[in-house]
Design a protein around this ligand. Sequence first.
Ligand code: C5J
Length: 241
Amino acid sequence: MANPGPVCVTTVMAEPEPIALDLSTTALLIIDMQRDFMEPGGFGETLGNDVSRLASAVKPIQAVLAAARAMGMLVVHTREGHLPDLSDAPAAKVERGAPSLRIGDPGPMGRILIRGEAGHDIIPELYPLDSEIVIDKPGKGAFYATELGDVLQKCGIENLLVCGVTTEVCVNTTVREANDRGYRCVVISDGCASYFPEFHEMGLKMIKAQGGIFGWVAASAAILEAMQAETSTSLAAGAAR
Ligand code: C5J
């Protein structure tokens, strides 16, 4: 793996135990903060969900995103969605359940969960910079049928700060995929949300149980503290030189 820079080790006060992370080999991975999940008229609402339940994740993600941008950390955004001809959407997914609108149907934000439509885009509060990586994924996991693995490997990434929606679906699936690929994942507890509060709670518990079976969980405040501690150390080292 290529190493992007000098070692910047800091400790995040996570559960089930604190974790030492080299922030120079750490990326921020923001899962599916799209209008289709976050706003009325999108995929989430067509499934019968109260989309307002996801709003709590926005501010914590904004804070960590600002810190990541300030320190030059690799930022990767993902979007769940399908090609306009639905060739990458399995029938088992499209036909499932009884949504008011199915994947590909026209809705108030364009066709539901289709790439290029307004609903598929990331919410304005967390909009990617041109320099940031956006991964389009057809599945729940961000590694399945995407270039994410190659991108992370090329950038020498070993650790992921993971946030986004929903906790128990795309965040959990991605963390499990990442864990199997050898990444240390720290999930930002208040930077994730679910339409079901109990699934949010259990989704986080599943990750950190059994000594951290899939990874670690930390609040955005703990992540920010660790990022700031590292930045202060770097500045102090720079001043002493
Ligand atoms: C879902 C996601 N919930 N991004 N997608 O279908 O979690």
